[in-house]
Ligand binder design. Structure first.
Ligand code: ATP
Ligand code: MG
Length: 585
């Protein structure tokens, strides 16, 4: 019953406008591309690049991907798909200290799960270390970089402020030969961490602090997950990233707004390297868009790591977390995320998106794709006093109310049923149309019943409800419509239903903006975001496969847990509730 959720047609946005204009002007038409950059500098000229545009998604492998990354993935891969281009998956692994192979695998899985593919365009920034190093030597030779030997404190003090320019380093006018010698000795491991640093030589008086001779290479005696101990100098992210883009022939390098002030350095660096003959034109261009801010979650890697490490949640794939592995376990769908990305669009204005927008996008997809089933989450026994003892029969329920071609399934009926505890009130509240003594309701897909009363235990708790059924009221039989009732409740035959674990998930935080106003974000955790119950399920879901999704009528969308559920012994997670409660339908 796999149904692909129809994607909306691409909505125009400022990035699409830029690409349209670039294509119309033939800006990138003459690019040449020889495929994967090799391990070190070489001439890159190849055949004309068959891709009309190239974008990239460049995660740092230092955490699991979250909902914000999904926006960036859908944008970059979506543009490549729509424009006959290519989108590269590039691990931006220039920092040796925080990166791990575990994250590389998780990121690959998550991008695939979202429905995107990079063909053979999988890259590691660390594969370009030799290029980056050689380019740095070229910058030194051309007088565009120097080795600074000030201490970190001196450098900070001389950097200036947002309103005042900085002060030149006393080492700023070293000769190219001296710089080259020192830089090579940095590389060969002669100096400890922090002894020297290579800086771009731009302008210490620039109003843009990022142009005040930014650091481009630092000494780090650290093992790297990909290059091991080959290097003890590592490029800074702001130096490495433009080079990675250029080597991979990226045309549109799309990043979040906080990099806007870095763009002048991005352009400065690539211009200098093109002048030196290291890179070919046209050069990649950086464009910035507003990151996703989503209410009721946190999308900061640091906070997500804290939630996991301090065990506020059960690991990276906890269904409460806004990670993509968590979302998958929760039952969210890739189509729902792609739909969400289309709906929120792309702009340059920072804004907050309400969690309900994502939940609605998931519901829209699940409504289309999830077969209907019945579960009684808080079971109360219903005894039909006039049903023949020991008898049973079959009722039929549609698999999807709007899709008759999905057919119907049998639901066994008998004299003892499970109903929801909340569907009975001994003394009805005003406007309550479900079961109370003397009232008549329909058992959905079954019979009309009249409530006769209830049994209680010594403490006064209701333990069973009694009723009589109208034998000529069976749904779908002639004349069954003659009964007019206001209430309509779901049920399961006690003999045929079986018990299973259900995890009811809700939003991770109790407030829209966790940690706002100087509070600790951990204090805003919603203690009710996970509730584990034992429920009664209809026989038809007993053999659910892991990750199979259903709508349990009135209760929401559920998925068989991909780790703990097995056919014959399912465990369900609630993905999201239904927008409207049954009673208001
Ligand atoms: P870090 O602080 O570790 O850099 P990050 O969230 O930026 O965290 P990256 O791995 O660098 O993580 O992100 C990869 C890509 O995802 C980047 O291009 C980044 O701009 C994008 N991205 C990250 N967070 C969001 C978000 N909330 N909305 C949209 N894009 C995002
Ligand atoms: Mg980042």
């Amino acid at each position: 019953m796999a149904v692909e959720h129809k994607l909306e047609a691409p909505v125009a946005n400022f990035i699409r406008n830029i690409i349209d204009a670039d294509l119309a002007a033939g800006k990138n038409a003459a690019r040449r591309w020889s495929g994967k950059p090799g391990p070190g500098p070489q001439q890159l000229a190849g055949a004309l690049d068959p891709a009309r545009i190239r974008t990239r998604f460049p995660p740092e492998p230092n955490g699991y991907l979250h909902f914000g990354h999904a926006k960036s993935i859908c944008l970059n891969f979506g543009l490549a798909r729509d424009y006959g281009g290519a989108c590269h998956l590039r691990f931006d692994d220039t920092n040796p200290e925080k990166e791990e192979q575990e994250y590389v695998h998780a990121i690959i899985d998550a991008v695939h799960w979202l429905g995107f593919d990079w063909a053979d365009n999988l890259y590691y920034a660390s594969d370009y270390f030799a290029w980056m190093y050689a380019f740095a030597e070229d910058l030194i030779r051309a007088g565009h970089a120097y080795v600074d030997s000030q201490s970190a404190e001196q450098m900070r003090a001389n950097r200036g402020t947002l309103t005042e320019g900085g002060t030149d380093s006393p080492f700023r006018n070293r000769s190219a030969d001296e710089n080259l010698d020192l830089f090579r000795r940095m590389k060969s491991g002669e100096f400890p961490d922090g002894a020297h640093i290579l800086r771009a030589k731009i302008d210490m008086a620039s109003p843009n602090i990022n142009l005040r001779d930014p650091a481009i290479y630092r000494i780090r005696h650290a093992e790297h997950h990909n290059t091991g101990n080959t290097w003890c100098v590592y490029p800074m992210y702001t130096y490495a990233h433009p080079i990675e883009d250029a080597l991979e022939n990226i045309t549109h390098s799309i990043c979040t707004l906080e990099f806007e002030d870095q763009r002048p350095f991005y352009d400065w660096l690539l211009e200098r390297l093109a002048e030196a003959g290291d890179l070919q034109r046209p050069l990649p261009q950086q464009y910035e868009f507003a990151r996703l801010n989503l209410s009721y979650v946190v999308l900061s890697k640091r906070k997500l790591i804290q939630l996991v490490e301090e065990k506020h949640v059960d690991g990276w794939d906890d269904p409460r977390l806004p990670t993509l592995v968590g979302a998958r376990r929760r039952g969210f769908t890739p189509e729902g995320f792609r739909h969400f990305a289309e709906r929120i669009g792309v702009s340059k204005a920072d804004s907050w998106i309400d969690m309900s927008v994502l939940e609605d996008c998931q519901r829209e997809n699940l409504n289309e794709t999830a077969p209907r089933r019945i579960a009684v989450l808080d079971p109360l026994k219903l005894i039909i006093d006039n049903y023949p003892a020991g008898a049973e029969e079959i009722c039929e329920a549609p698999n999807h109310p709007q899709k008759p071609d999905w057919g119907k399934r049998p639901i066994p009926f008998s004299g003892e049923l499970w109903i929801e505890r909340e569907d009975f009130m001994e003394v009805p509240a005003k406007g309550y149309f479900r079961l109370f003594p003397g009232n008549t309701v329909r058992l959905r897909y079954g019979f009309v019943i009249k409530c006769l009363g209830c049994d209680k235990d010594a403490a006064g708790n209701v333990i069973a409800v009694h009723c009589e059924y109208m034998a000529d009221s069976k749904s779908g039989t002639p004349g069954s419509d003659n009964y007019k009732v206001k209430g309509n409740i779901h049920w399961l035959s006690a003999k045929h239903a079986y018990e299973a674990e259900i995890r009811l998930y809700d939003r991770l935080f109790a407030v829209p903006n966790p940690g706002a106003g100087g509070r600790d974000f951990l204090d805003d955790i919603n203690p009710h975001a996970k509730r584990v119950i034992r429920a009664q399920l209809e026989p038809a879901v007993r053999d659910a496969a892991a990750e199979e999704r259903f709508q349990f009528e009135r209760h929401g969308y559920f998925v068989a847990d991909r780790i703990d559920s097995q056919p014959g012994r399912p465990v369900f997670n609630r993905t999201v509730t239904l927008r409207d409660s049954w009673a208001s339908k």
